[in-house]
Write a protein of this length. Structure first.
Length: 244
């Protein structure tokens, strides 16, 4: 797969002024960093296919992960080339096979792996220790990729779906076996988040937040270990086997 990712220096935040109004009657002018919202058009075989609202960071991983979780590719080898322009506003992907008309993948059960609660607690520690953009703006979601207790990758984005796609794209780009990985998200887990994890063959999906009832049912149906409300001192196991 040929890649071309030109250097970009797009700011991730912009300092904006606002009027602070306190309950005690305090009114004053202040400035804080605000997250930059970025738009990326994704062309597949010269056809505009996706428009992603994101932050201008790890765009290659975002595009690769989104193509995978939407069923447009089955692996990284399905992409002959992926080029992102200097502004980061346009991505051109050339696929090695015809684009699926359905644009979706049929789900298959993931293969469970033995796990330890401490692996999840370590990821909860990483989130609690802070992420750069979230610490400045409180406007991002985070996602972490790990094998056992080893952190492999971490990222942020405006939406939790984008962050998960970046993690998946990173694994595809670096030939990491997702079937041996744990993913930890800062966001809630509805069915579409669980669907992405199952589609990628991820055996363990953990989150700081809560799941929906339908997401729990989907996890149970497809053997996904689903751990939510995962904090530094506790977690809730909704689907999958108990930890060792």
């Amino acid at each position: 797969m040929h890649t071309n990712e030109q250097n970009r220096h797009t700011a991730l935040t912009e300092c904006l002024s606002y009027t602070y109004i306190g309950r005690d009657g305090t009114i004053c002018q202040k400035e804080d960093p605000v997250l930059t919202e970025h738009s990326l058009d994704v062309y597949i075989n010269e056809n505009l296919t996706l428009n992603l609202t994101c932050i201008p960071e790890y765009l290659y991983e975002l595009v690769l992960g989104r193509l995978f979780t939407e069923g447009k590719i089955q692996n990284a080898e399905d992409v002959k080339s992926l080029c992102i322009c200097e502004s980061g506003r346009r991505a051109n992907a050339v696929l090695a096979r015809e684009l699926s008309l359905s644009g979706c993948q049929s789900l298959r059960p993931v293969t469970p792996i033995p796990w330890k609660a401490d692996w999840i607690f370590c990821l909860a520690d990483c989130f609690a220790d802070g992420m750069p953009l979230h610490g400045q703006t409180f406007a991002t979601h985070s996602c972490f990729l790990a094998q056992e207790s080893t952190l492999l990758f971490q990222c942020e984005d405006i939406g939790r779906h984008n962050a998960l796609d970046k993690v998946i794209g990173y694994a595809l780009r670096n030939r990491i076996d997702l079937a041996q990985c744990i993913v930890y998200s800062s966001g809630r887990i509805p069915t579409d988040m669980a669907h992405k994890a199952i589609c990628a063959g991820i055996p363990i999906l953990a989150s700081k937040a809560s799941p929906t009832q339908a997401a729990v049912e989907l996890a149970q149906q497809f053997s996904l270990t689903l751990v939510c409300a995962a904090r530094r001192d506790r977690m809730k196991l909704f689907a999958g086997a108990m930890p060792e």
